[in-house]
Design a protein around this ligand. Sequence first.
Ligand code: FE2
Length: 370
Amino acid sequence: MKEIYFYTPTKIYFERGSILKYLPLVKNYGKKVLIVSGKNFIYKSGLFEKIKNIFEKEKIDFSIFSNVKPEPDIENVEEGVEFCIKENCDIIVAIGGGSALDVGKCIALRVKNNGNLKNYFGEANLKNEPLPIIAIPTTCGTGSEVTRYAVIIDKNENTKKTIASEKIMPILTLLDPDVLDYLPPKLTGATGMDAFCHSAESYLATTADYMSKLFAIESLKLLSENLKKAIEGDKEAKEKIFLASTLAGYAINKTGTIIVHGIGYSLTIKYGTHHGTANALFLPYVLEFMKENGYVEEIKEMEKTIGNTSELKNFISKIGLPVKLREIGAEERDIEELVELSIKGCERAMKRMKFVLNKESFLKIITSAF
Ligand SMILES: [Fe+2]
């Protein structure tokens, strides 16, 4: 049997009301909290008020950096680092989707390790332990709450970069399904499909093992059965996709993602397409391509859970997401640029594939998605 590796330092509470019940635990990790979040959701949802009340009641000192951009870059992180140092915070509570969680991780890392964030791209060699990270996800896609990854845009190189280290895994994650009440159906669909891609890609990665496949398949099952119902407002279905997203996080934590994410990045960079929407769009075409190129058995096995690629396109459409590049306003003349961006985006992912894709392969996948 293939070797297995599984590690997690993250204490998890998955229950309604877990924020109220367990957030006071932050006291165990330091003296002053830095809340890291985006600009809008935390205020509009009432989450900030709720958290502020908990902290005031528990006499926990805190500051808030609510300036995380939807697609955060190095400069955005460095701004947070400066603020964290100025405010003298020693615990990070990151609240939001993948962007907020990843910026939270990067701030925690950088406050304790000198230089620019750039120095830590790839497998990060960290001299010092980052600040303790507490994650409160408010979407159902990122998985970042249990992973050793943070993804940040490098504007100079016009690509997304990953920082990987077990030291940036959260020590505590509060999964409170109540937060999903404020997540709009469209974002529920897009982030849910991001989790779907995490699991599908993880399952097919050469780095997959028995454990990661367990997480991936269970997550795909929960998402296939519940994503549409969740978008329609079914509370129990929402809970299940919230869980599925974390399970997908465990899966990619071992394996990383493969080329769906790598190609999806091109749409986010070129058109600002939502990360989950971009991945969902390419997933069926990547699976079709892989099935023709050495992945027949694995994909057949996965199709038992998610259906074949035409059923998958149907599923994605029903969720309200695009399945053709034209639908997001892409033009034929953009294809060349998308191919170039995809090649760049897939550099690392290619190491987890059975073969290296050449330019023609990317062209084939992107043209079929067009
Ligand atoms: Fe993702």
